[in-house]
Design a protein around this ligand. Structure first.
Ligand code: EPZ
Length: 428
């Protein structure tokens, strides 16, 4: 077992390189099996969610070869359409993309329900609705999703809720369907566009990704390609927030500034200075942070996956800020950890009221999910004294080399192995 140990109080200076986008990679890697061919994917982040998805492809007989540190080749010419059981799907959410990809390629899929961060109810009814409208029979039995179709036929699908996962999954199932599929009220996140671009590189005909309406004209078959994944919007945003919260001057490289606009706008409101370059943003902050109100929304709104990190920044801004969550029912579980560090935050349903305090104090805290973990790292970086962050496995799901990247910016953060005896004593 491992913890992060952070000695807070250092401003951040220097440069950090952003890795490939987790939420694009975990969709693009399974999407590669739609082609009965070899697909090369570059800019793959070194994170555990990617390892989980590669493990599933290995199990199914797709040969996944590491070409360099951030490039893989997926050869799915000999893939077998096996049942994918719970032990392979339970660690992460994106295992549900295997349903769309297998349905697209084999017209048949048996995949256990996904795991992933716990934000309250996380239904997949819209994924199922989409598959059914394309002509599949879908049943959920003993926590397995069984989807089966004689043929898939394009149709018009209206999404009752804006869903990233359902939009991508329907695209995966529809690229090899007959005729035209239209997804209305589609999600518009950067990774939706990236998945569509990837599918088009394999010969698909997907148009309109990044708008509310995506049109997919089914093709006979897809072919191999080489594709490079976009930079991670949320990893970039996390380092932007960290720079603004700690103070200092940080150049965040290998980003698409357009994807960061909502985060940039809120950081400027809170008192940071931001300069945008072609593929980098520079964040400087040397004066007191101001309160500001933030509401999470689907893209291009402020991302829900930046909400916990923003709460940390606002917890030391002067004045009272309102932080409102509109995507997930229960995404304030980490607040109890921040209040143990001295933050003054009260939560009422999907609204957090944050009274800025002068400082946070280091204590032992526990990450409850991936972005909560990122927020606790930032809290540790600004706190007085030592913070110990437990739950490192959540953070490793989505942040490549997080200790190395923060250390290079001047943070005092270490990954520390703790022995079982300590862990048991702590748990007691
Ligand atoms: C994706 O989750 C991301 N995960 C999440 O990132 C992110 O928080 C979320 O999108 C919102 O941006 C991946 O891409 C792997 P949704 P997803 O379907 O696709 C409701 C992170 O930290 N809904 O867009 O599972 C749902 O309850 C993570 O990287 C339905 O009602 O989210 C929610 O209120 C965690 N029925 C809303 O839609 C459905 O069938 C948005 O969910 C599906 C979703």
């Amino acid at each position: 077992m491992e913890n992060f140990v952070i000695e807070g109080g250092h401003e951040l200076f220097g440069e950090v390189n952003i890795s490939g986008a987790k939420n694009a990679a975990v969709a693009i890697i399974p999407a590669a099996i739609l082609a009965n061919d070899i697909v090369r994917i570059e800019n793959i982040p070194k994170i555990s969610d990617v390892s989980f998805i590669i493990k599933i492809l290995d199990y199914m007989g797709a040969a996944v070869k590491l070409i360099s540190t951030d490039t893989i080749e997926v050869d799915s010419r000999n893939i077998q359409n096996k049942k994918i059981y719970h032990d392979l799907t339970s660690h992460f959410r994106a295992s549900y993309y295997l349903i769309g990809a297998l349905l697209g390629r084999f017209k048949n899929a048996a995949v256990a329900l996904p795991g992933g961060c716990d934000f309250g109810v996380r239904p997949i009814d819209l994924h199922i609705k989409g598959f059914e409208m394309l002509g599949a029979d879908v049943n959920v039995e003993s926590a397995m999703v069984f989807a089966n179709a004689e043929k898939l036929v394009g149709t018009s699908i209206y999404m009752d809720n804006v869903s990233v996962g359902a939009t991508i999954n329907i695209m995966l199932a529809a690229v090899l369907a007959r005729g035209l599929t239209v997804i209305e009220n589609a999600a518009k996140e950067p990774h939706i566009v990236d998945v569509a671009n990837f599918l088009n590189s394999m010969g698909a005909d997907v148009r309109g990704a990044g708008t509310d309406v995506i049109k997919i004209r089914g093709v006979e078959k897809l072919h191999g390609c080489t594709y490079s994944i976009i930079p991670d919007q949320i990893e970039a945003g996390t380092y932007m927030l960290a720079a603004a919260a700690c103070g200092g001057d940080v150049l965040i490289k290998n980003v698409i500034p357009k994807h960061l606009e909502s985060i940039t706008a809120k950081l400027i409101e809170a008192g940071a200075e931001i300069i945008e370059y072609d593929d980098a943003v520079r964040v400087t902050r040397f004066k007191q942070l101001n309160k500001c109100n933030v509401k999470t929304m689907p893209h291009p709104g402020f991302p829900t996956d930046m909400q916990p990190q923003m709460a940390v920044l606002l917890s030391v801004a002067s004045g009272t800020s309102l932080l409102s969550e509109s995507v997930w029912d229960n995404r304030f579980q980490y607040v109890s950890q921040l209040t143990r560090m001295g933050a003054n935050i009260s939560v009422d349903g999907k609204l957090a009221v944050i009274e800025g305090v002068n400082e946070l104090c280091g204590v032992k805290v526990k990450a409850t999910d991936l972005r909560a973990g990122a927020a606790l790292i930032i809290a540790g970086l600004i706190a007085r004294g030592e913070t110990i962050v437990e739950g490192v496995q959540f953070i490793d799901r989505g942040y490549e080399d997080v200790v190395e990247k923060f250390s290079k910016l001047g943070a005092d953060i270490k990954r520390v192995e703790i022995n079982d005896a300590n862990a048991i004593a702590d748990a007691g």
